[in-house]
Design a protein. Structure first.
Length: 265
């Protein structure tokens, strides 16, 4: 897995490794906790998968609006599912704030931050800037919400089928140069969404295609040409959360997407 940022630099061009402006002094903190949850990919139903991502988005909104923090590295590995409570209800939890950033209104004017994130789930605007050797674009909540969208579509494609039968084209999102990664993802998401994304959804997630279409339109606009940020965070949080809730309720009502196990083998 390739991670861009100030701590893990395996994907950075070697010429940048000695440039101090791309690093921020950090203190390593390790917390050892008893098992609190399980990986998102261990979900046992499409509903569990959607609830996990929806709850992580709710947590992300609280981090931004109440704590003034941007997560900065939304990925499949940073969302876990809690153990069921006494009522049998599980929740999604957003973890790992080691790449978190102060939102722009809380930063010092002269502070510069390098782009962070996991390549596979990175927003198109960030990928494009990296491909143009622009490594300090200010990140915002919309970039993270776009990453949640990629967690959704990648899961809908890869979960519920044998690993050997999983499509290979998504590997082009994170295994090549930044420019190639950008072009591949941009083509799949903007130009060929129905064939390259929805066309590869596992049968377990057929009922989630409408949600994927709606989220794509919310994030990128009616003409799929919007990649930047809106002024008000609620302009994106509310419709995205509402779209998740609608699909989750439909799944509960129809009870057609519950399976013994849909995680990849």
């Amino acid at each position: 897995m390739r991670v861009w940022g100030r701590i893990l630099t395996t994907a950075l061009d070697s010429a940048l490794l000695d440039r101090k402006e791309y690093y921020t002094k950090r203190e390593l903190t390790v917390a050892k906790l008893s098992p609190f949850g399980r990986p998102l990919q261990s979900c046992k139903s499409a509903r569990e998968f959607l609830v996990g991502i929806r709850d992580a988005i709710l947590a992300h909104r609280r981090l931004c609006n109440q704590a003034g923090l941007l997560h900065g590295d939304v990925s499949e590995g940073n969302i876990i599912l809690s153990r069921p409570n006494k009522e049998g209800v599980m929740q999604g939890i957003l973890i790992d704030l080691d790449m978190s950033l102060l939102i722009e209104s809380s930063r010092k004017i002269d502070e510069v931050f390098a782009i962070t994130g996991t390549m596979k789930y990175m927003a198109l605007e960030l990928l494009w800037n990296i491909s143009e050797n622009k490594f300090t674009l200010p990140q915002n909540y919309r970039h993270d919400l776009e990453s949640f969208f990629y967690v959704l579509v990648v899961g809908c494609i890869c979960y519920g089928c044998e690993r050997k039968s999983q499509p290979k084209h998504l590997e082009k999102w994170f295994t090549e140069s930044a420019r190639s990664n950008y072009k591949s993802k941009q083509s799949d998401i903007i130009q060929n969404f129905d064939t390259m994304i929805l066309g590869y959804f596992s049968p377990a997630f057929d009922g989630v295609k409408k949600l994927a279409r709606n989220l794509r339109k919310i994030l990128f606009g009616q003409n799929f040409d919007r990649f930047g940020i809106d002024k008000c965070s609620e302009d994106l949080y509310n419709p995205i959360i509402s779209a998740f809730n609608e699909t989750i309720n439909e799944i509960v009502g129809k009870n057609t997407l519950e399976f013994t196990n849909i995680c990849p083998r």
